[in-house]
Design a protein around this ligand. Structure first.
Ligand code: ADP
Ligand code: MG
Length: 229
């Protein structure tokens, strides 16, 4: 039997607009198994990014429960969440979010600084992660000297370097052309198969969703349907 890795129960999130509460997530229920690669599809504004951010402990929920393994992350304090994220989660963003003044290697190594890894081994581990994404020969380049696809590969290396069990990706191919998107999704799906990491990937792109074992359709703050493929 597969292990339920992420369990979401009646998750709600409101944002305040002036004096009014706007319900953005309206009661999400979801189970994700270990090693699954899940796509989260849905129209713009349906709450996909909000859901991913709440799932990753970046934004607190208004109510409901999130369990990741046996951690009840919906009850954690900001400090506990910070430690939890560093140890268990990796994030990939559409806009890469690399530091422009640092080289590819330094960007990846920075994630290890935050995780408290000793200086002597940070460089070695960063290079290993850049090898995984096929970018070691560009390790001394700054983001502006890399293509969009290469910058996204650096950001994937940064997400992977601490070997998190779960990687949350928000539109990872959103700024890339279709060929580069395919390369990135090929790479993500190889990592998923080889390391049994669990991926939750927000995407607009039905081609990217084809790589996933489960496709969750969101609309207006709820899960409309969930299809295993
Ligand atoms: P998606 O990623 O599916 O496009 P989002 O989760 O980004 O959707 O946004 C869903 C809705 O929540 C949008 O209407 C957006 O304006 C609103 N929203 C997102 N973040 C905030 C915030 N911090 N404050 C107020 N409203 C927000
Ligand atoms: Mg979004």
């Amino acid at each position: 039997m597969k292990l339920i890795f992420i369990q979401v129960r009646d998750l709600k999130k409101d944002f305040k607009l002036g004096k009014t509460d706007i319900n953005i997530l309206k009661g999400i229920n979801l189970d994700i198994e270990q090693g699954e690669m899940v796509a989260l599809l849905g129209p713009s504004g349906s709450g996909k990014s909000t859901f991913l951010n709440v799932l990753g402990g970046l934004v607190p929920p208004t109510s409901g429960e999130i369990m990741i393994r046996d951690y009840r992350i919906s009850d954690m304090t900001e400090n506990q969440l910070c430690l939890f994220r560093r140890e268990h989660l990796g994030f990939i963003f559409q806009s890469y979010n690399l530091i422009s003044t640092m080289t590819a290697m330094e960007n990846v190594a920075l994630a290890l600084t935050f995780a408290g890894v000793k200086k002597e081994i940070r460089k070695e581990r960063a290079i290993e992660a850049l090898e995984v994404v096929g970018l070691v020969e560009r390790m001394n380049h700054k983001p502006s000297e890399l293509s969009g696809g290469q910058q996204q590969r650096v950001s994937i290396a940064r997400a992977l370097v601490n070997h998190p069990e779960i990687i949350l990706a928000d539109e990872p191919t959103g700024n890339l052309d279709s060929k580069t998107s395919e390369d990135i999704m090929d790479m993500i799906s190889r990592l998923n198969r080889e390391d049994n990491q669990t991926f939750v990937i927000v995407t607009h792109d039905p081609e990217a969703a084809k790589y996933c074992s489960k496709v969750i359709h969101m609309r207006d703050g709820v899960i409309e349907r969930s299809v295993s493929q």
